[in-house]
Design a protein around this ligand. Structure first.
Ligand SMILES: Nc1nc2c(ncn2[C@@H]2O[C@H](COP(=O)(O)OP(=O)(O)OP(=O)(O)O)[C@@H](O)[C@H]2O)c(=O)[nH]1
Ligand SMILES: [Mg+2]
Length: 443
C-alpha cells in the first residue's frame, strides 16, 4: 500500500531539499504536485483540498521562506499535516479493566474481514495484554460463518461461544455476555454478519445487538481494497449505528491507499488497527506518525525494529539498533540479518520499512537466491574478515569464492551491496529525528 504515493512524495521532497533558498513559486509547484499525487492515490477530493490549503497557507509563511533549510521546513509541515490527516496520536482500544467485562462489536460489509480480524484481535489481547477473551459467533446469516470462527478460535486458543440452532443474533450476543460475566471473561468480541450492500436490515440487526449489550468498542472493519467506497460505507455505519474506531483490513494489498488517507478526515473516527495479512498475527496498531513517515519516504525504522524485536530476542534487537547508531554494523551482522529475514516475513514488507530502500534497492537485490549466495559467501569468511570487510583484497576474494562455491564476481557484488547498505544506514543514523526516535525507543 502507498507504494506509488510514497515514490512520488519522495521525488517531490527531493526537489526541494538541499535548496538554500526556495521561492513562493517552488512551494506552489510542489504543493500542486502533492495535490495531483494525492488525487492519483484516490484520496477523497474534499480531504485533498483541505490538506492542500492548510499546507500552502503554512508553507508560504515566513518561517519556511526565510529559514536556513527551507526544504526541510517544508517537509516537516507536510509531515505534520499528514500525521494530523491520519488521525494525530495513535489510539488503542478503550476497554475496561480486567475486573469487568469489556465488549467489542465487529461490523462491516460482507467479506471485509470481520471474522478474521475478530480472531486476530482475540490473539493480540490475549497474548499482549493477558486478557481472557471470548469470541462470539453472532453471524447467523452465512451458513459456514460459525464454523469459520470456531476454526479460527481454535487456532488462536480462544473460546468461541455459539448457540446451536439459534436464529436470533441479539439473543446469542446477550447470552454470550451473560456467560462471559458469569465466568469472568474480561473481553467479549462479537462477530456479526455482513451484507453485500448496505441495507436497512443489516443496520437494524447491528443496532439491536449494540442496544442489547452496550459495547465499549464498535469497530468498523473496512477493506482497504474497496477504496473510496469504504469511506462512504463507514460514514453510513457511523450515522446509523455509531462507530468508535476503524480497522483497515488488507493493508498488505496493492492498493493506492487513498481510502486510508481519507477515512479519519471524513468519518472523524480514529483508525485503530491495520490488517497486514491473512495470518492471526497480522494485525498491527495503527501509528499515524509511522505511516506518514512511510508515505513521505522517511521509512519506518521503529516498526522495523519492533518487528525484529518480536523475532530475535530483545537483547539482539537492541544490539542491532545500537550498532546501527554507532555505525559498527559489519558483515557478521549482515549475515545475522539475512538469516533472520525468512522469519521476518516477506522482503517487500521489510523494504517498505527501510528508509530509502525503495528505489535504491532494485528487484535483483531482493532475489531470494541472491540472499542464499550472500549467506554462503559470508560463511566462508574468517571472523576477522567479517568484522573488517576492508581487508578483503583480491586473494582473499578468490579464496572466499572458492570456499563458498561462488565466483569472485559474486563476492564483489556482495561487498558492494553491503557497503551500500552500510552507507545507507550511516546516512539514516545521522538523521537527527530518527536518531532521537530510536534512542527514545531504547532508553
Ligand atoms: N491479505 C489479507 N487478507 C485478509 C485480511 N483480513 C482478512 N483477509 C481475508 O479476507 C477474506 C474475508 O475475510 P473474513 O474475515 O471472512 O471477512 P468477513 O467480513 O467476516 O466476511 P463475511 O462474514 O462473509 O461478511 C478472507 O479470505 C481473509 O483471509 C488482511 O488483512 N490481509
Ligand atoms: Mg464473517
Amino acid at each position: 500500500m502507498f507504494d506509488s504515493l510514497s515514490t512520488k512524495f519522495g521525488s517531490i521532497m527531493k526537489t526541494l531539499s538541499g535548496k538554500g533558498k526556495i521561492t513562493e513559486k517552488n512551494i506552489r509547484d510542489a504543493v500542486e504536485e502533492i495535490k495531483i499525487s494525492l488525487l492519483d492515490a484516490d484520496v477523497n477530493l474534499r480531504v485533498v483540498r483541505r490538506f492542500i490549503n492548510s499546507t500552502l497557507e503554512e508553507a508560504l509563511g515566513e518561517k519556511v521562506l526565510l529559514s536556513v533549510d527551507p526544504g526541510q521546513q517544508f517537509t516537516k509541515i507536510v509531515y505534520d499535516k499528514m500525521v494530523a490527516l491520519l488521525g494525530g496520536d495513535g489510539q488503542g482500544l478503550n476497554l475496561k479493566g480486567k475486573d469487568a467485562t469489556s465488549i467489542i462489536l465487529m461490523m462491516g460489509l460482507q467479506g471485509s474481514g470481520k471474522t478474521t480480524t475478530a480472531s486476530k484481535l482475540a490473539l493480540k489481547l490475549t497474548r499482549e495484554q493477558g486478557r481472557k477473551v471470548m469470541l462470539v459467533a453472532a453471524d447467523l446469516v452465512r451458513p459456514a460463518a460459525i464454523t469459520q470462527l470456531q476454526v479460527l478460535g481454535e487456532k488462536v486458543g480462544v473460546r468461541v461461544f455459539t448457540i446451536p440452532g439459534e436464529k436470533n443474533p441479539v439473543r446469542v450476543a446477550r447470552e454470550a455476555v451473560a456467560t462471559a460475566r458469569h465466568e469472568l471473561y474480561d473481553t467479549v468480541i462479537i462477530d456479526t454478519s455482513g451484507r453485500m450492500h448496505l441495507d436497512e436490515s443489516l443496520m437494524k440487526e447491528i443496532r439491536d445487538i449494540a442496544d442489547a449489550v452496550h459495547p465499549d468498542e464498535t469497530l468498523f472493519v473496512a477493506d482497504a481494497m474497496t477504496g473510496q467506497n469504504a469511506v462512504a460505507i463507514a460514514q453510513e455505519f457511523e450515522e446509523k449505528v455509531g462507530i468508535s474506531g476503524v480497522i483497515l483490513s488488507k493493508f498488505d494489498s496493492d492498493t493506492r491507499g487513498g481510502a486510508a488517507l481519507s477515512l479519519k478526515s471524513v468519518v472523524g473516527k480514529p483508525l485503530k488497527f491495520i490488517g497486514t495479512g491473512e495470518k492471526p498475527e497480522d494485525l498491527e496498531v495503527f501509528h499515524p506518525d509511522r505511516i506518514a513517515q512511510r508515505i513521505l519516504g522517511m521509512g519506518d525504522v521503529v516498526s522495523l525494529v519492533e518487528k525484529a524485536q518480536q523475532i530475535y530476542d530483545e537483547e539482539e534487537a537492541e544490539k542491532l539498533a545500537r550498532k546501527m547508531q554507532k555505525n559498527t554494523f559489519d558483515l557478521q551482522d549482515y549475515l545475522d540479518q539475512l538469516e533472520g529475514m525468512n522469519k521476518m516475513g516477506s522482503i517487500d514488507k521489510i523494504l517498505e520499512m527501510i528508509p530509502g530502500a525503495k528505489g535504491n534497492i532494485s528487484e535483483d537485490d531482493i532475489d531470494m537466491k541472491e540472499f542464499e549466495i550472500q549467506k554462503a559467501i559470508i560463511k566462508s569468511m574468517t571472523k576477522f574478515e567479517r568484522s573488517n570487510y576492508r581487508v578483503i583484497g583480491p586473494s582473499r576474494r578468490k579464496r572466499i569464492a572458492k570456499g563458498s562455491g561462488t565466483s569472485v564476481a559474486d563476492v564483489n557484488r556482495l561487498l558492494k551491496t553491503f557497503e551500500k547498505q552500510k552507507n545507507m544506514l550511516r546516512k539514516l543514523m545521522t538523521n537527527k529525528k530518527l536518531q532521537a526516535q530510536l534512542s527514545r525507543y531504547f532508553s
